[in-house]
Design a binder for this molecule. Structure first.
Ligand SMILES: NC(=O)c1ccc[n+]([C@@H]2O[C@H](COP(=O)([O-])OP(=O)(O)OC[C@H]3O[C@@H](n4cnc5c(N)ncnc54)[C@H](OP(=O)(O)O)[C@@H]3O)[C@@H](O)[C@H]2O)c1
Length: 319
């Protein structure tokens, strides 16, 4: 398995299994099949509401000795309603309990937007906490403490623009090891990747296949689904592979880790085998030309009229 070396000395398998939208009743089957197929990196999150089911599978494999904990790389994410420093440890402990683990390899701040503790998805204005970079820094310092306590091997962030990442990087005692962001041929994130390369922050691409099963409320009818794009389809024909394998191989060739989600064994295999697909320079260039800055998962549900956050605040770099 191709790997990425992290700044904290750990090693991240370049392909992991995404678990967002994997429903209860499907999650255990998908994770079991993924382990059988050879996946060792799993991308989880509290808000996906399936960690307990996934934890059952980890427990079975670990307790029977089919796998050793050191062979796994498990990520989870702190949800937006647990940013206050006093909520960070209880949130992690719940995730560890559900996943039936003693530590995580990576814990990410899921989004930089903060909600009050009593709600997963705010519906009223008072359920948001106002934007506050100091609070986010306090969240980070609370996560650093959990590294010192041995509950976390690594920490990082997700959905952060460069200037926010830079700010955090400057004030952090433990630098973010990983940035997880949306990244695929429509949204190539070149400047962000350059910055991360210079600072030795590894990048994991979410929605690397274009998140074809993203929820209806964030779906734009005009978008040509990534895997249906004629350029990916043509390169798939040329290489005898699939558009999914081509999209993954393109990110891997840029040194970016990918966490495609699937619940189907054949696709799990196909996605994992993307490591063996080597695209030619001209094939990579044709995919490079698909960049159009299209963000499929832009956080718009957190930026409604009732929210103090905006898409500009989330994504536009000021300098
Ligand atoms: N940090 C964040 O805020 C954030 C946001 C979004 C996602 N993520 C993480 O990133 C992971 C991946 O993103 P995603 O789930 O949005 O989208 P994705 O992995 O880009 O796409 C998933 C979709 O592709 C289909 N698929 C998978 N393999 C395929 C193949 N070989 N051929 C054709 N279709 C295939 C899946 O269907 P089937 O399942 O039916 O196979 C599903 O509909 C998530 O699951 C989550 O772990 C993180």
């Amino acid at each position: 398995m191709q790997t990425l070396s992290l700044s904290n000395g750990n090693v991240l398998p370049a392909i992991g299994l995404g678990t967002w939208k994997t429903k209860r009743g499907e999650a255990a089957v998908a994770v079991e099949a993924a382990l059988e197929t050879g996946y060792r990196h799993f991308d989880c999150a509290t808000i996906y509401k399936n960690e307990a089911e996934i934890g059952e599978v980890f427990h079975r494999w670990l307790s029977s000795g089919r796998i050793r904990r050191e062979e796994l790389f498990i990520t989870s994410k702190l949800w937006n309603n647990a940013h206050l420093a006093k909520h960070v440890r209880p949130a992690l402990e719940r995730t560890l309990r559900e996943l039936q683990l003693d530590f995580l390899d990576l814990y990410l701040i899921h989004w930089p937007v903060s909600f009050s503790a009593d709600c997963d998805h705010p519906k009223r204005a008072e359920q948001y906490l106002p934007p506050d970079d100091n609070r986010l820094m306090a969240t980070w310092h609370a996560m650093e403490k959990l590294v010192h306590r041995g509950l976390l091997r690594g920490i990082g962030v997700s959905n952060c623009k460069r200037s926010r990442l830079q700010q955090l990087f400057t004030a952090a005692d433990i630098k973010p090891a990983v940035l997880q962001v949306e990244c695929h041929p429509y949204l190539q994130q070149r400047q962000l990747l350059d910055w991360c390369r210079k600072k030795n922050v590894a990048v994991t691409a979410f929605a690397p296949l274009g998140s074809g099963d993203r929820p209806e409320n964030i779906r734009n009818a005009d978008v040509l689904e990534l895997l249906d794009h004629p350029v990916l389809q043509k390169i798939a024909k040329e290489t005898g592979r699939t558009p999914a394998a081509v999209a993954l191989a393109w990110n891997l060739a840029r040194g970016v880790a990918v966490i495609p989600k699937s619940i189907h064994p054949a696709r799990l295999q196909e996605n994992l085998q993307a490591v063996s697909l080597s695209l030619s320079p001209s094939q990579r260039e044709r995919i490079d030309q698909l960049n159009c800055g299209l963000r499929l998962i832009d956080g718009s549900p957190f930026c409604s009229k009732k929210s103090p956050y905006s898409l500009d605040w989330l994504w536009t770099d000021t300098a």
